[in-house]
Design a protein around this ligand. Structure first.
Ligand SMILES: C[S@@+](CC[C@H](N)C(=O)[O-])C[C@H]1O[C@@H](n2cnc3c(N)ncnc32)[C@H](O)[C@@H]1O
Length: 355
């Protein structure tokens, strides 16, 4: 299989660039496509000053069907290059997210969540004719319905002080030093995303060294955060000026020490190993003895992976619980080998062997 080039920015149309990439080659895609805001010319504040909104050519489409066709094309390429267990995030506003969402479903992706970024500091509705538009929506989808996608549930819970992470994220717009400005102090890009948004997405749905692609990379926010977090990145952006600014931004970033990138591991991801596998593998033999922590109970290992102790027989967990008169017991940590090491050590050996 052709190896994909990573840690690069590609100055090209993303449909073209993705069509040249090998299939099933990236782990996660974050896409911040044109929103098709249809703002018209010159949105002004009540004092007649011009609102610095998104009025660039790259955001303009003549019709909804033109926009749909564009979405269909880039989402098709994105699906082709996504690994089977990869996921895609697409961010948008009410102008485009429903249309993009329909295409996502039509193309056979499986929507896992929609996450709402609630803006702490939204732009007001200057005309006072509608609600302040204070959020954007992100669709998170796997490539297929039954994909074994990455979701670092425990890491997110740890990030959220031991509370399950919810789908409403309160974060501010990208301002201050983080906002890239030109020599006149003007914003380089109208829709630069805040880094903390990407941090949470990357922490949630990737592992260190995974390959992350952003087909509309703009100022390179996704790539910058990916680099900081020890992931590989590919950014695609059609505008040369944005590419140059992103290159500069990336050159100033150092990757975090790999040791500190480890996150709380999700237990259910570990391969399940029944006790009987230790006997099949010859790590323990029928007739060998196991002892309880205080050496009060001795158990005999049987050929079928059950154990006996006192008048009880059954699984390591059941017998462990019964000898103690306890409602439950983790037999892996309770029963020990004659050298006093828990039998869990043997399970770890087997897990390591299985990779
Ligand atoms: C919403 S902005 C992304 C901003 C980015 N997330 C950031 O933080 O800077 C969309 C970007 O997509 C680029 N773009 C639009 N159509 C494109 C295409 N067909 N191929 C590549 N880039 C495209 C635009 O130039 C623009 O920079």
């Amino acid at each position: 299989m052709t190896k994909i080039k990573t840690n690069i920015l590609i100055n090209e149309d993303c449909i073209e660039a993705m069509s040249k990439m090998p299939e099933q080659s990236v782990d996660m895609i974050f896409a911040d496509p044109p929103y098709n805001l249809q703002l018209g010319e010159g949105l002004t504040r009540p004092n007649n000053s011009v609102v610095n909104g998104v009025n660039d050519d790259w955001d303009k489409f003549d019709t909804f069907s033109e926009y749909d066709n564009f979405s269909q094309q880039w989402l098709t390429q994105a699906k082709r290059i996504l690994k089977p267990n990869g996921t895609i995030w697409v961010i948008g506003s009410y102008h485009n997210i429903f249309r993009v969402g329909a295409k996502i479903q039509d193309l056979g992706y499986w929507i896992l969540n929609d996450v709402v970024w609630v803006k702490n500091n939204p732009m007001p509705n200057f005309r006072g004719t509608r609600f302040t538009n204070a959020h954007e929506t992100m669709i998170w989808a796997s490539k297929e319905k039954d994909a074994k996608y990455t979701f670092n549930y425990h890491a997110l819970k740890a990030l959220n002080e031991d509370l399950q992470m919810r789908s409403d994220w309160y974060m501010s717009l990208c301002t201050g030093n983080e906002r890239l400005k030109d020599k006149n102090g003007d914003k380089i890009h109208p829709t630069q995303k805040p880094e903390n948004l990407l941090y949470r997405i990357i922490l949630a749905s990737t592992n260190p060294n995974d390959i992350i692609l952003d087909p509309f990379s703009g100022t390179g926010t996704t790539c910058a955060v990916a680099k900081k977090m020890g992931r590989q990145y590919i950014g695609i952006e059609q505008d040369k000026n944005y590419i140059e600014n992103a290159e500069k931004r990336l050159s100033e970033i150092t990757t975090t020490d790999p040791k500190t990138l480890e996150v709380t591991v999700e237990k259910r991801k570990e391969v399940r190993i029944p006790f009987g596998n230790l006997i099949e593998k010859g790590l323990l033999n029928a007739g060998e003895k196991l002892i309880s922590p205080c050496k009060k109970f001795i158990a005999n290992v049987r050929a079928d992976g059950s154990i006996t102790s006192q008048e009880f027989s059954g699984s390591i967990h059941k017998v462990g619980a019964m000898v103690q008169g306890a409602p439950s017991c983790n037999g892996w940590t309770y029963w020990r080998l004659p050298n006093a090491k828990p039998i869990d050590e043997l399970r770890k050996l087997l897990r390591a062997e299985m990779g």
